[in-house]
Every structure is written in C-alpha cells, then in structure tokens.
Design a protein around this ligand. Structure first.
Ligand code: PLP
Length: 445
C-alpha cells in the first residue's frame, strides 16, 4: 500500500478543471488521480523541452536523407518474385544508412523481427572458432537461444563452433577492468546491448558506447563492434554507427517503424559486414540483390519519417509514468530527470498481484483488445513465464503502448511505447484507476 504526501499545486486554471471533468466522464479518472496527474504534468515540463530538441534534430536528419536521396513516388511501387532491381528497396537502404550514420544498411521485410535481424548479423559475420564477447552481460532472452547459451535450439551458433563469453555490468555500468581481463585473441566480435531489456539498469548511452569502443580499440585491434539497437533509435542525436560501432540492428515494429510498419528488421553498418549479413539473410551469392518488397516500401519510409516524432511521444509518456509511479512510492528506473537512451520505463512492484494488476490496467487502456485479461504464459524464446499487456494495431508492436514482465522476483514491470503521448497518459490514468480500485495504490495528494 502506498501513500503519498500532500504537495501544493500551483497554476490551477479553470480550463484544466473542465478537461478533467470531461475526462472523468469519458474514462473515469477520480479526483485523487486528477490531482496527481496535474502535479506530475507540471513537474515534467522541462524534460519535454529536452525531448523536443532531440526530436527536431532527428526529424531533420530523416528529412535531409530523403531529400538528398531524391526520394520520389516511383520508389513506392514495389516488386514481386525475386525482387531484382527494386529501386525502392535500394533507396530505403541508402536513406537508413544516412540517418544512422553508417556506410551501408539493409532494411528488409524478410527479416521477421529484431531477433532475426540480430541473428542475421551473427550468422553473417561469425565463423567456426570465433568468439563473441558481450560487454553488457547476458544478451536479450531470445538471443541466448540464437547464441546457444540457453537451450539447444537447432542451428544455434554454438553448433557452428562459435563461442560466447560475457563480462557483466558492474553497478549497471561497463566494467572496463573485467573487459581487459577477458579480452584474448579468440575474440572476434564485441557485443553491446543498448537497451535495458529485462533488466534493472540504465540504458547504455551513445556516450557510453563511444567511450567503450575507444577503450577496447586501445587494447586490441581488428575487433568488430556490434550493438543491439532495439528500443534505442532516435532517443539521442546520433546512433551507434556514428560513434565507431561497425554493425547494429533492430526491429521495425519498434522505434524506427514509427508505429505504422507492419513487419521487418534493419541492419546498419560497414559495407563489408552488411554484405555478409545479407548473404546470411538470403543466400551466398544472392545477398542483398534479391528480396521483393511487395509494396511495403511506402510504409517503411513513411514510418521512418514519423519515427522521430512517435519516439518522442513514447519518451514523454515514459517520463510521465516514471514520475507518477515514483510519486506513488514505487522505485523506478530511469527516474524522470535521467538522460534516456531507450524507451523503456521500469517500475518495481512489491507483489505479483500488484504487477498483474498494472498489466491489466495497461491492457484496459489499449485501443485493441481492451476487454481481454493478460495472463502469464511460456513465450517462445524466453526462459520463464512472461506476462504481456498489449493491445496494438500491429501484433507485438512495442512502439505501441505495451507492458511486459517476467514472472519472477523482484517484480519488475516494463512499460514502453505509445504512439501518442496522450494515449500514454490516458493509459496510465486508466491503470492507476484500476490499481486504486483494487487497493494496490493509495493516492493522497
Ligand atoms: C525487442 C528486443 C529484441 C528482440 O526483438 P524482437 O523483435 O522481439 O525479436 C532484442 N533485443 C532487445 C534489447 C529488445 O528490446
């Protein structure tokens, strides 16, 4: 049970009161929660300015990439079959390369998810006898199976003679000492995960990535630096490839798809590594030259065009959620004033019931499937039960408002996405109302 102190609020204006009255009629937000919302919305104003500046820079980058490449209507027509000579596909790759500050890019509907994009990089680059060193500890759950460090899924990299080692983060930060000790000759690829994933730590900032690459390059030459960029796109002014990372990948149903891309993945990096990955995606010899776009190019590029804005909306909602749950007495990561490098907001709950109620609330606030109740299940690729609240237009899209949590102690809930900041705000308000009604929170402000 959480009780928050009474804080004075200022700037009460008549217009705001009417809005709340109407909101209460439409979605039911009681007086306590209204007061909390009003207070928190004022507290986070400064953060919003910061977010808007990053958004503007990224929007400018996307716009100039499209102008410089002379994007035109003719690129949207798409191909079928082999997809040879698809100029829309080719220009999408070039636009991504410009936006991500990389030499080359591969953006494909044939990559079914972020995991697939990342696995494609590993399979393209690594050869028997090579070792991957993760310097951000355990990689994302689904990659454990790809690498063969958990389970024995057929075709995992271990079967192909690729070894994996990890240096854990130390107090949530890169452990330089640990890296120096473990950096031997067998290592070919240094791996970093930018986002928190299912973890309680700050996301790796671009500055952290830049310094880590520089530090490791000072110790050993000829290493390949790879970043799992999922959830990190457009959180900062530059992307990993612009600060010395050789290859990075992510999902198009997360940040860079802007919420409208129905499926796909992307890889950005050096020409050589992107070519190698393309060979692993299709077939050696075919590489990037084939792969029909089936008319999806318009949505890929329109999604990328919207992405800086949509990401900013999601980040605003994350900041809001962070402060509101902090005000309710929960531990949160990051805090609302922290610099962010991914869209995830972690909230620590005391009990499983509280966590499940939170997820039910988020589900209730979704535009799609708002009437269903999320239950924990054994999701493929994850080592434990997971509960997911998602009522998205695109299945599994986590740039849309969603919450998930592994069912294990401590009960961390992860909130992410939201195509509009208003939706996130409403989703959180609906959730708080639900949690209050079930006596999981007590609002006294
Ligand atoms: C989502 C995610 C992945 C995997 O992406 P899918 O599209 O779900 O396969 C990998 N790494 C991180 C950090 C992620 O957030």
């Amino acid at each position: 049970m959480y009780i928050i102190k009474r804080y004075g609020t200022t700037g009460k204006d008549a217009a705001a009161v009417d809005v709340y009255k109407m909101l209460d009629e439409i979605i039911k937000v009681d007086n306590d929660i209204q007061r909390l919302d009003r207070l928190v919305s004022m507290e986070i104003r400064e953060e919003f300015e910061r977010i808007d500046n990053i958004r503007l820079i990224n929007q400018a980058k996307v716009l100039s990439a499209m102008r410089e490449e002379r994007l035109s209507e003719s690129h949207f027509s798409g191909t079928t079959g082999y997809g040879y000579g698809d100029t829309g596909r080719e220009i999408t790759d070039r636009i991504y390369a410009r936006v991500f500050g990389s030499e080359d890019a591969l953006v494909r509907v044939q990559m079914i998810s972020g995991t697939h994009a990342l696995a494609t990089c590993f399979r393209g680059i690594l050869r028997p006898g090579d070792t991957v060193l993760s310097v951000t500890g355990k990689p994302y759950d689904t990659l454990e199976e790809v690498l063969g460090i958990r389970g024995n899924a057929p075709g995992n990299l271990k079967e192909f003679g690729v070894d994996f080692r990890q240096v854990n983060l130390k107090n949530g930060r890169i452990d330089r000492e640990g890296i120096r000790e473990r950096l031997d000759d067998g290592i070919k690829l240094v791996f970093m995960q930018r986002s928190t994933g299912y973890d309680w730590r700050p996301a790796l900032s671009i500055e952290d990535i830049k310094k880590t690459v520089k530090y490791i390059k000072g110790l050993k030459k000829n290493l390949i630096f790879m970043v799992d960029n999922c959830y990190g796109e457009f959180l900062e002014e530059v992307e990993p490839a612009a600060v010395g990372v050789d290859i990075a990948a992510g999902s198009l149903i997360k940040n860079p798809g802007g919420g409208i891309v129905p499926m796909g993945g992307y890889i950005v990096g050096t020409k050589e590594l992107v070519e190698q990955s393309a060979a692993a995606l299709t077939a050696p010899g075919l590489g990037r030259k084939a792969g029909a776009t089936l008319g999806i190019t318009r949505s890929f590029l329109q999604g990328l065009f919207l992405a800086p804005h949509v990401v900013a909306e999601a980040v605003k909602g994350a900041v809001y959620a962070s402060r509101i749950f902090e005000r309710l007495g929960f531990e949160v990561s990051p805090s609302y004033k922290d610099k962010r490098s991914d869209i995830i907001q972690s909230i620590k709950f005391d009990t499983k019931e509280q966590l499940l109620c939170f997820c039910r609330g988020i589900q209730k606030g979704a535009p799609v499937d708002s009437y269903v109740t999320p239950y924990p299940w054994e999701m493929p690729g994850y080592g434990h039960q997971v509960v997911m609240a998602a009522g998205a237009f695109i299945q599994g899209s986590s740039i849309e408002l969603s919450a998930d949590a592994p069912i294990k102690e401590p009960y961390y809930g992860y909130l992410q996405g939201g195509l509009t900041w208003d939706h996130l705000r409403l989703g959180v308000l609906i959730t708080l109302q639900q949690m209050k009604e079930e006596s999981h929170i007590k609002v006294d402000i």
